[in-house]
Write a protein that binds this ligand. Structure first.
Ligand code: NI
Length: 140
C-alpha cells in the first residue's frame, strides 16, 4: 500500500453535545461510521475552498425551473449558453408540465465564470428556481 492510500487513525476531542450532533447525522444520513461522515465533511470543505480560491478549473451543475411561456426567455437562456459555449458541457431539458421546464446545465471553467453564467441565467425574468451545485476534482 502506498503512503497516499494509507489510512491513519487519529483521535479528536469534541464537546459531548457536538459529538451527539455528529452521531445524529451519522444515523440520519445513513453513514456506516463516524469516520465516513467526517471524511465526507472534509471533502466538502476541500471543494468549497477550491471554489473560494478560484484559480482551478472546476465544474458546476446549474438546475433551473422556468416558465416556458415567459416571452423570449428560452431564447435568452440559449443565447447565454451559446456565448459561453466553451464552458457549457451539456444540458438536459425536461418538460415538467404545460408551463414549467426543468433544465440542468453542466458548466466547466473557473469558479468566477461559472458563478457569473449561473447568476445571469438565474436572474432572468421567468426563471422560478435556480440552484448551482459546486463540484471539483477530489484526489483522495
Ligand atoms: Ni420544456
Amino acid at each position: 500500500m502506498s503512503s497516499a492510500e494509507e489510512t491513519i487513525r487519529f483521535s479528536v476531542s469534541l464537546p459531548r453535545p457536538l459529538l451527539d450532533e455528529l452521531d445524529q447525522r451519522v444515523v440520519k444520513k445513513g453513514y456506516a461510521s463516524r469516520s465516513e461522515l467526517v471524511r465526507d465533511l472534509i471533502r466538502e470543505r476541500i471543494v468549497e475552498d477550491t471554489w473560494e480560491r478560484g484559480d482551478e478549473e472546476v465544474a458546476g451543475v446549474l438546475t433551473i425551473v422556468y416558465d416556458h411561456h415567459q416571452r423570449e426567455l428560452t431564447q435568452h437562456i440559449l443565447a447565454a449558453q451559446h456565448r459561453q459555449y466553451i464552458h457549457v458541457v451539456a444540458t438536459t431539458h425536461v418538460h415538467m408540465d404545460h408551463h414549467n421546464c426543468l433544465e440542468t446545465i453542466i458548466i466547466r471553467g473557473k469558479p468566477h465564470d461559472i458563478e457569473q453564467l449561473s447568476q445571469e441565467i438565474g436572474g432572468m425574468r421567468g426563471v422560478r428556481f435556480a440552484e448551482l451545485t459546486r463540484a471539483s476534482r477530489i484526489e483522495h
